[in-house]
Ligand binder design. Structure first.
Ligand code: GRF
Length: 222
């Protein structure tokens, strides 16, 4: 079954592009039905249009408060018959009302190994701490920022002489692989949110990717 997915962006949309590309495969269980931005000038909107995807800009500045913006956002998603939402560089805090309405149906990609480095400037903070590994995480969205149950993670090394830019470049390559894998998992039912935890229904091929080893062992895939 192909699930209708909306991608929410605010900027360049490189993760959005990787999701669009992955969803072009006939076997992919999702169709990118809508790309929506809170910024009318987001570069990613043009990229989505060029790929033949329906786009919508809802400028948050036109609304008096977060909730009125979120209600219009929600109405647009319902109108487009959206089953799942991918946040991909969407730089707008969503209200608890919206997050709870889409609980278990909205995921986000974050450029760190959560729960380390929630928020911004993740690469700079990782370098400042001298960690030897860094990476990215896809998680279900919950009201607390960058705190939702983890679906998938990818790890990269931090090497001597890394700069914020070189580390970001290494992480984004992994983001572009990880996000489509995670979207596939929620659309085909491999991963689902149950009582605040991610349940994995069967093992999956995650070469180069760390995910829940406990579930993989239990399911006999490793
Ligand atoms: C990515 O690093 C993502 O992890 C974070 O915002 C950035 C968006 O980049 N949430 P892009 O717009 O997908 O290129």
């Amino acid at each position: 079954m192909t699930r209708r997915v909306a991608i929410l962006i605010s900027g360049r949309g490189s993760n959005m592009a990787s999701l669009i590309e992955a969803a072009q495969a006939a076997s992919f269980p999702a169709e990118i039905a809508l790309v929506l931005s809170n910024r009318p000038d987001a570069e990613g909107l043009e990229r989505a249009k060029a790929a033949g995807i329906a786009t919508l800009a809802i400028d948050h500045k036109a609304f008096p408060d977060r909730e009125s913006f979120d209600r219009v956002l929600d109405a647009a998603l319902v109108e487009h018959d959206i089953a799942f939402i991918c946040l991909a560089g969407f730089m707008r805090v969503l209200t608890d009302w919206f997050v709870e309405r889409w609980a278990g149906r909205m995921i986000n990609i974050h450029p760190s190994l959560l729960p380390l480095y929630r928020g911004t400037q993740t690469h700079r903070r990782a370098l400042a701490d001298g960690v030897l590994v860094h990476g990215c995480t896809v998680h279900f969205v919950v009201p607390e920022l960058d705190a939702g149950p983890i679906i998938a993670q990818a790890v990269v090394p931090v090497v001597p002489d890394d700069t914020e830019e070189s580390l970001a470049a290494r992480v984004i390559v992994q983001e572009h692989q990880l996000y489509p894998q995670a979207l596939r998992m929620i659309c085909d039912g491999t991963a689902r949110l149950e009582n605040g935890r991610v349940m994995f229904s069967r093992g999956w091929d995650a070469s180069g990717t760390l995910h829940s080893p406990r579930d993989a062992v239990r399911n006999g895939s490793q």
